[in-house]
Design a protein. Sequence first.
Length: 407
Amino acid sequence: MTLLVLVVMTALAFDFTNGFHDTGNAMATSIATRALKPKTAVTLSAVLNLVGAFLSLAVAATIAKGIVDANVITLEVVLAGLVGGIVWNLLTWLFGIPSSSSHALVGGMVGAVLVHVGTSGVIWSGVVSKVVLPALIAPTLAIVVAAVGTWVVARLTRNVPAEVQDRTFRWGQIGSASLVSLAHGTNDAQKSMGIILLALIAGGQASADSGVPFWVIIACASFMAAGTYIGGWRVIRTLGKGLVEIDSRQGLAAETSSAAVIFMSSFFGYSLSTTHVATGSVLGSGVGMPGAQVRWGVAKKMFLAWIVTLPAAGAVGAICYGLQHWISGTAGSVVVFALLIATSVWVFVHSRRAPVNSKNVNDEWDAPEVPAASPAPIAAVPASSVPAGSVSVPAFVPASELYEVRG
């Protein structure tokens, strides 16, 4: 029972990191265009994530029964998989990279299962159909939808004054960002529900065909909302300022595209990466806006992170399971949990060296270098040239102090 409690706590910790890691998916563009104040944005997102978690359980079923064989799952496997997902979430957050929490979790679980029983424990058809293919299709679809939507909006509003555009589309952004947050809750909160269900089955507290208990739904929804409220400002900054300089029209198009794709994914039960969708939508808004500049260098780093997420998290999960097996017993699990805490503390301390928060999240991405000011020219005024009876001045006075400069 002690190990089961430890696993449930770790699953809720993953939910918390998922919340602050993915806040930017919903609110980065609204914060960047100043449609919402940063703190207001994350509060709204937290509430809607909480509500969304109660709307669908299809993704929870996918995580629990569609990726790995539930019959070979042990509590040690679940713990190792969760640690793999959390470590990858923390590292990518530290560097401000919007990577997939979904793929980190799936990768961690698959890596642990491979070490535990080999390839037979992984449902490869489920991995391909419900993880890999959506990862390829969803961002591509989001790019296309957002690009077309942005282009159409830009054409229709090209003669509308900029002030009217901003005022109108910012209000629209509040609605579209709210939809993305709601959609995020229907998709991402479900993943920890599925993992906890796996743990309950492995611990003998639930049957293999049981559904997600109500207390699990409440706990996961609450931890996801709490993490969202903390605000993953580093990732928000990258999505809102690093990829494209977004205006309110682009923001509305990107958020609407993201919400549509995520809701469709949740309906069909796909374990979709909301990060892939949100990033694809932001890129699409840059591609579709005439004259917009897309920072492809930043996008290239994110694409690389996406590619290595599954194997990297899988490697961590495999190492953690191997460590538990080597030490054996509850002691091995305690050691792995302690290493997770130590890693979390290291990441937090390291992040304080260059903090990103609600006050500087909208600073310019590429701040121009301001050359050092040249010293003011000095006008030499010989004391002997001052007429008798006049007010004396120092021998050398800056010209700016002697004359009033106009113009």
